[in-house]
Write a protein that binds this ligand. Structure first.
Ligand code: GUN
Length: 287
C-alpha cells in the first residue's frame, strides 16, 4: 500500500479563503480582528514562525502587531506589555512565541494573558476548559490535526490513537481532543517502555517529539493514519532541509494516509491561530 497524502496546504487555503468573509463582516461592524505576537530573543526558528503568523494575518485581513524583545528582556517588562495588551481594545488575541529565554518563568507569562485573548489556548482557564470537555480556545496544532482528520472523514471514535510526545503545546491537548472524540488514547514519551509496540497498535499515530525521522515503517500498523507534527532542520551534511518526526519515505509504504513535512500540519497550525483570533473578535463583538 502507498499512503494517500493529507495536504495541509490545500485545506489551510480553503479555510483561510472562508475566513476572509468573516473578517470583512467583523471589520465592517468596527471589530477588525487583531492579534499581538510577542517574540523574546533571537531563536531563528521562532523568528520564521512569527513572521509566517504575521504574514498570514495580513493575508486574511486581520490586524497584527509584532513586538520584539531582546533575549535579556526582564520578566517585568514582558508582564507589563501583556497587561497593556490585555487592555487594548484593538487586540483580540495575544500570542507569546515559545520557547522563552531561560530566565523567564514561562507559566507566569502565559497565565498573565487574559483568558479571552489567549488564542494559543495555553492559559490554565483554557486548558482546564478543554480537560472538562468544554473547550474555549483549543491549542492551534492539535486543533489543526483534528480538522485534518475531519476533512479526511476519519472518525476517531473507537479507534486506537497513539500520541508520541507529552508537551503542553501538542501531546497533552491532542490526547484530550482525541479522547473527546471517543478514541482510545495512549500517550508515549521518553520513559515509555517498548514505544514501538505501542505505536504498532495505532490506527491513528501522532508524532510530536521533535526527533527527525523517529517513526520508522516497522513502528506503523499497515493502513494506519500517520500525522507528523515535527518540524526539524537536518544538519548541513544531510542537506539542511526540513523534515518531520516520521521517516516519510519508508512509512508512506505502510500507512493509508500520511501528512508531509513541510505542507502538512504546519500550515494548519497557523490557520487555527487565525480561526481562534477571529473567534475572539466575534465573541468581543457579541459581548
Ligand atoms: N512554539 C512552538 N509551537 C508554538 C505554538 O503553537 N504557540 C506558541 N506560542 N509558541 C510555539
Amino acid at each position: 500500500m502507498v499512503a494517500r497524502l493529507i495536504d495541509g496546504k490545500v485545506l489551510a487555503d480553503e479555510l483561510r479563503a472562508a475566513f476572509k468573509t468573516r473578517v470583512a463582516a467583523l471589520t465592517a461592524r468596527g471589530h477588525c480582528p487583531g492579534l499581538a505576537v510577542i517574540l523574546a530573543g533571537e531563536d531563528p526558528a521562532s523568528q520564521v514562525y512569527v513572521r509566517n503568523k504575521v504574514n498570514a494575518c495580513e493575508a486574511a485581513g486581520i490586524f497584527s502587531m509584532k513586538i520584539d524583545f531582546p533575549p535579556n528582556v526582564s520578566q517585568e517588562t514582558l508582564l507589563a506589555k501583556i497587561t497593556e495588551l490585555n487592555g487594548d481594545p484593538a487586540i483580540h488575541g495575544i500570542l507569546v512565541q515559545l520557547p522563552l529565554p531561560r530566565h523567564i518563568d514561562e507559566a507566569a507569562v502565559l497565565e498573565a494573558i487574559a483568558p479571552e485573548k489567549d488564542v494559543d489556548g495555553f492559559h490554565a482557564v483554557n486548558s482546564g476548559a478543554l480537560m472538562q470537555g468544554q473547550p474555549r480556545f483549543i491549542p492551534c496544532t492539535p486543533y489543526g490535526v483534528m480538522k485534518m482528520l475531519e476533512a479526511n472523514r476519519i472518525d476517531p471514535a473507537g479507534k486506537e490513537a497513539v500520541i508520541i510526545g507529552r508537551s503542553n503545546i501538542v501531546g497533552k491537548p491532542m490526547a484530550l481532543l482525541l479522547l473527546g472524540a471517543s478514541a482510545t488514547v495512549t500517550v508515549c514519551h521518553s520513559k515509555t517502555r517498548d514505544l514501538a509496540a505501542h505505536a504498532r497498535r495505532a490506527d491513528i499515530l501522532v508524532a510530536a517529539i521533535g526527533k527527525p525521522r523517529f517513526v520508522t515503517a516497522d513502528m506503523v500498523k499497515p493502513g494506519a493514519v500517520v500525522i507528523d507534527v515535527g518540524i526539524n532542520r537536518l544538519p548541513p551534511e544531510e542537506g539542511g532541509k526540513l523534515c518531520g518526526d516520521v521517516d516519510f519515505e519508508s512509512v508512506k509504504e505502510v500507512a493509508s494516509l500520511i501528512t508531509p513535512v513541510p505542507g502538512g500540519v504546519g500550515p494548519m497550525t497557523i490557520t487555527m491561530l487565525l480561526a481562534n483570533t477571529i473567534e475572539a473578535a466575534q465573541r468581543r463583538a457579541e459581548a
